[in-house]
Design a binder for this molecule. Structure first.
Ligand SMILES: Cc1ncc(COP(=O)(O)O)c(C=O)c1O
Length: 414
């Protein structure tokens, strides 16, 4: 059989020749379907295929030397990625208007770590939101502090008041909105405006909303961080992280990432690309189901408070209404009274909710959470124990029936 260039004679529908203007004009669903599918990477296969590689062979020493000079421009060595990782990274960049590029990581925590190490050096101070994901707090304490980088925690509801916390050495502000476990919504545009004026870098853990519900870079954020493990992969079967940055931060982020030897397997990048195509429909369903369950819980006598950004009982709800394009399926509720055993009785007997860490997959989860011990700048004072729910793609009516029985088990023990 005669050999042939694989990209010969195929339609150029997803060619990179699409103008930036045309790319930006596409709706979110269209962008998700088309993003990253450059023909030279897919060779016409619909979803970018898995290219596994360590060694890349060159025809001549001259070719090898030329590649060394342009390591980010084509196949070079497996650690620098193959079309599988490039396609996924480019797709994530296309979801963030104004972004310069994306780096991939083997987990969300690795993404957070690399983003922070890109902007901070010994002597700097970091302002960290008090409602942050616990491993992010642990990274500040166990990695940044011994390096001589101080962390000052701040109230998630501080808004433009962040200006008063900025000191001589403040280099970066880390945001996570809504907050982990407690779901306070931050005034991200106000904080970013202050930061920009003072020459301070902003980093946002945008995992809850994804760029679909909160296009972070367009809203003024410099580093948009995702635990792709959650909604991007969407099926609870891979670990993955990403950092999407403004154009000026791409080279520094790439440098830190490569110096730390960070890379992602093509198989996991492929799962990320695959999940991305259905993100809009999944998120819509997670959002609708989540809101139905949250509203039902808000009317129950056993429930003291529902911490769902789309409900008025959630701190920062008005900011969510102003800034976000929708809600995903993760929220918490606080029980009225009751103790650990009563909460466990509620959760243990649930038929449709799994008990486990993480979220963002197609399945519902229930988790006992205790934010009180994770605060240093603010105080968490809840009336009773708290439960975090991830609402999956099941029928909300089934989940509500399940929770109603759970609340009865809880009541019987209060
Ligand atoms: C808000 C948030 N950020 C980051 C992470 C970390 O992601 P990973 O588990 O992929 O390291 C998580 C995981 O639960 C999370 O909830």
């Amino acid at each position: 059989m005669q050999s042939q260039r694989l990209d010969e004679g195929q339609p150029r529908r997803y060619a990179k020749s699409m103008s930036d203007k045309d790319k930006k004009a596409r709706g979110a669903g269209t962008r998700l379907v088309e993003a990253g599918r450059r023909r030279e990477w897919t060779q016409g296969i619909v979803n970018p295929a898995v290219w596994r590689a360590s060694t890349i062979l060159f025809d001549t020493v001259a070719d090898l030397r030329a590649a060394v000079k342009k390591p980010n421009d084509g196949l070079y060595y497996g650690r620098r990625g193959t079309p599988t990782q490039w396609a996924f990274a480019e797709a994530l960049t296309e979801l963030e208007p104004g972004a310069g590029g994306t780096m991939l990581y083997p987990s969300g925590v690795a993404a957070i770590a690399m983003a922070l190490l890109t902007v901070l050096k010994p002597g700097d101070e970091l302002l960290m939101v008090d409602s942050t994901y616990e491993p992010t707090r642990a990274f500040c304490r166990n990695v940044l502090a011994p390096m001589g980088i101080a962390t000052r925690f701040y109230d998630p509801l501080v808004g433009a008041g962040i200006a008063a916390l900025i000191g001589e050495n403040t280099r970066a502000i880390f945001l996570e909105s809504p907050g982990s476990l407690s779901f306070e919504v931050q005034d991200i545009p106000a904080i970013c405006a202050v930061a920009r004026e003072r020459g301070i870098v902003t980093l946002l853990d945008n995992t809850w909303a994804t760029p679909l519900l909160f296009p972070a870079v367009a809203k003024g954020v410099d580093f948009s961080i995702l635990a792709c493990t959650k909604y991007i992969v969407g099926h609870s079967d891979a670990m993955l992280g990403s950092v999407t940055v403004t154009p000026e931060w791409l080279d520094p982020l790439r440098r830190t990432t490569f110096l730390h030897g960070q890379c992602v397997s093509p198989d996991d990048a492929w799962l990320g690309s695959r999940g991305l195509r259905t993100l809009a429909v999944r998120l819509r369903q997670h959002g609708e189901g989540g809101l139905a369950v949250a509203r039902w819980l808000a009317d129950r006598p056993e429930v003291a408070q529902v911490l769902h950004p789309a409900l008025p009982g959630c701190p920062g709800h008005a900011l969510w209404q102003r800034d976000f394009l929708g809600a995903s399926g993760l929220f918490s509720f606080v029980l009225k009274g009751g103790d650990e055993a009563a909460r466990a009785a509620l959760i243990d007997g649930l038929d449709h909710f799994g008990i486990g860490f993480s979220w963002g997959g197609f399945e519902s989860l229930a988790l006992p959470v205790d934010p009180a011990g994770l605060r240093s700048a603010t105080r968490w004072a809840a009336e009773g124990p708290t439960v975090r729910l991830h609402i999956g793609l099941e029928n909300p009516a089934d989940l509500i029936t399940d929770l109603a029985a759970g609340l009865e088990r809880f009541s019987a023990m209060v």
